[in-house]
Design a protein around this ligand. Structure first.
Ligand code: ATP
Length: 273
């Protein structure tokens, strides 16, 4: 175990590097799916996805109902696949004991529960404890997660006194507290003000060197600003995977959108329909 510093726009961010992180990996991709099918209710909301995602920030885009949340829930091992294959860090998550895989995952669901009387620190500590982090590492890890999400001044306030955007940030803090190898964020910027969204993009960039981050969003501009890879979905299927630059280059003047990335998004979706 050692401490690793990285510098983001002049700020030094420290985090504990686990021994497992410096060991050579035996798998090619943090996330690999082949023909993945996942049900949401009666619907096959993910219907044959082939995906490979490694270290970096992967932005999942797609219209309402495309299957983004369902895909992320399957990656978080909350939903079991109905077909195809799913490998996380080279392992197929199956059987009764999913804890070893879940310890390496951070997950911010679209809606998450918390005890309103817990302080921010207690909430993040509780989540660290649920993730079975070693007891002596928890206080430091909680403080780092709170600092990285800019909640230090509210750390000892009760969750019920926070604004919606601050609750979202507390949700991001609990997702990163265990320095996950795979970080899954479903609509993390919903409710954040513009300054907080910019800070969130900085956080994504600081994670992009050693974490496989999957972010579902409706904000095409977040993807252009902070993602190294874009996954575009429609009707449960993969429409496009590539860099934000390739996405932007797919659009033309006649496509709908206020920016090259938005026009690329509309063009690729239009072609898929
Ligand atoms: N519990 C459920 N029961 C039935 N259908 C569901 C359920 N959850 C999702 N669906 C359906 O599955 C499809 C995919 O939903 P999902 O929430 O994964 O899409 P999404 O891309 O995240 O959408 P949004 O952008 O609106 O959040 C939709 O047609 C949705 O109506």
């Amino acid at each position: 175990m050692r401490t690793h510093d990285c510098c983001v726009e002049g700020r030094i961010l420290s985090r504990v590097v686990k021994t497992a992180e410096t060991a050579p990996t035996t798998y090619a991709w943090e996330i690999h799916t082949s023909g993945l099918r996942v049900r949401a209710g009666r619907r096959m909301a993910v219907n044959g996805m082939d995906l490979s995602m490694g270290i970096g920030v992967h932005g999942i885009l797609g219209p309402n109902g495309a299957g983004k949340t369902t895909l992320i829930r399957a990656l978080a091992t909350v939903l079991s696949p109905a077909g195809g294959s799913l490998e996380l860090m080279g392992t197929t998550p199956s059987g009764r004991d999913l804890r070893p895989i879940r310890r390496e995952i951070g997950y911010l669901p679209q809606q998450f529960g918390f005890y309103p009387r817990f302080t921010v620190r207690e909430f993040v500590e509780y989540m660290a404890w649920l993730k079975e982090m070693p007891k002596n590492e928890i206080p430091g890890a909680v403080q780092r997660a709170i600092d990285r999400t800019d909640l230090a001044s509210r750390a000892d306030d009760k969750m019920k006194t926070l604004s919606g955007g601050m609750i979202r940030r507390a949700g991001i803090a609990q997702a990163i507290v265990n320095d996950p190898r795979i970080l899954l964020l479903d609509e993390p910027t919903a409710g954040l003000d513009p300054a907080q969204r910019i800070q969130f993009r900085e956080l994504l960039r600081s994670l992009s060197g050693d974490t496989c981050v999957v972010v579902s969003t409706h904000l095409v501009e977040d993807v252009a600003a902070a993602c190294t890879d874009v996954v575009l979905m429609a009707d449960g299927k993969l429409v496009f995977q590539g860099t934000p630059e390739t996405l932007a280059a797919a659009g033309g003047d006649s496509d709908v959108g206020d920016s090259p990335t938005e026009r690329g998004y509309s063009a690729l979706l239009g072609r898929a329909r």
